[in-house]
Design a protein around this ligand. Structure first.
Ligand code: FUB
Length: 324
């Protein structure tokens, strides 16, 4: 279905939104694209982001979008190598925790934490990455019992194929065809929000017959951009299929899954990557995502967009057109 869409930051290139409501205001935590001059490749080396900005608003479709400026920079992170990709933020006990993927000095993605007393930052990075962290795209979900979970992982440049059972493999293995698809991961966070409280577990996505999705099922299998929200008592695990450019969702009864594949949220947008967040604000649900329309034909730089998201009476998400 076609939806009215709004570009949120027309004056700059922002991607990979994470979105939360803090103190009655909506905060957006995107990655910050810029023209790095690095040639495009399948590892995403051209996504050489160096800082984050935070944005906020009290009216998603029509209100002012306030840019709170630079809140964290690669140069201030003690363990930094390169590439600040998709981040997320959670609030607990008076503090805001920003989780960010960044390559260390050995070019391995780890997940770092930076802390602030305000949702708009600035965020002060911890001296080391989270113990046992790997890959990209951390997304935090707070459950109604007060537990916080991190979902993470991404294929290809996101390095997930280099790990099995949370251990680095000697040789990366990207499954194919009838092999089981590589799963996103989930781990509950420690009470101090700075570490995993447990070994990350795989997120299993089942088809309509209860069978695990295979690697060759690339119109439905997970690739990157995990995001979880709860609607009508169900957990919605939402994600990008990467090389088939779809935003999809699967539902389940526990934050750990298993989740059953349900369908497409957003058809392909202009640009290779697609990445999103879903949030409820003032009684309406919204899909935040990015596309490359404003930079089409010149660069791969991505721009932030939003539109309303609707469910039918059975909790099915109504598919939105990516290119209208
Ligand atoms: O922005 C860099 C990467 O592109 C993100 O981590 C992925 O989800 C994709 O959007």
């Amino acid at each position: 279905m076609k939806k009215e869409k709004r570009y949120l930051v027309p004056g700059d290139y922002m991607a990979d939104p994470a979105v939360h409501v803090f103190n009655g205001r909506l905060y957006i935590y995107p990655s910050h694209d810029w023209e790095s001059g690095i040639g495009e490749n399948d590892n995403g080396d051209h996504f050489d982001m160096k800082d984050y900005h935070v944005f906020s608003t009290d009216d998603v479709m029509n209100g002012e979008i306030v840019d709170h400026g630079k809140v964290l920079e690669v140069k201030d992170i003690p363990w930094a190598g390169r590439q600040l990709w998709d981040c997320d933020v959670a609030f607990k006990d008076g503090k805001y925790y920003m989780y960010f993927p960044l390559k260390d000095q050995n070019d391995i993605f780890r997940i770092g934490v930076a802390v602030s007393e305000k949702p708009e930052g600035p965020f002060i990075p911890e001296p080391d990455p989270m113990r046992g962290s790997y890959s990209i795209d951390p997304a935090i979900f707070k459950d109604e019992d007060g537990s916080y979970y991190m979902y993470f992982g991404g294929l290809w440049g996101g390095q997930l194929q280099r790990y099995e059972d949370n251990k680095a493999l000697e040789c990366a293995h990207l499954p194919e065809g009838e092999e089981l698809a590589l799963p996103s991961r989930v781990a509950r966070l420690s009470d101090d929000m700075l570490q995993f409280a447990e070994e990350p577990k795989p997120i299993i996505i089942l088809d309509e017959n209860g069978k695990r999705l295979t690697a060759g099922d690339n119109e439905r299998r997970f690739f990157e951009a995990s995001w979880v929200h709860k609607y009508s008592g169900k957990y919605y695990f939402t994600y990008s299929t990467g090389d088939t450019h779809l935003l999809c969702y699967a539902t389940g009864d526990s934050p750990y899954g298993p989740f059953t594949y349900q369908g497409v949220i957003l058809t392909p947008v202009v640009g290779w990557t697609t990445h999103h967040a879903i949030a409820e604000f003032k009684g309406k649900w919204y899909l935040f995502h990015h596309d490359c329309v404003p930079s089409e034909g010149q660069t791969w730089l991505r721009s932030l967009k939003v539109c309303e998201l609707e469910y039918d009476k059975d909790g099915k998400i109504l598919t939105i057109e990516g290119t209208d």
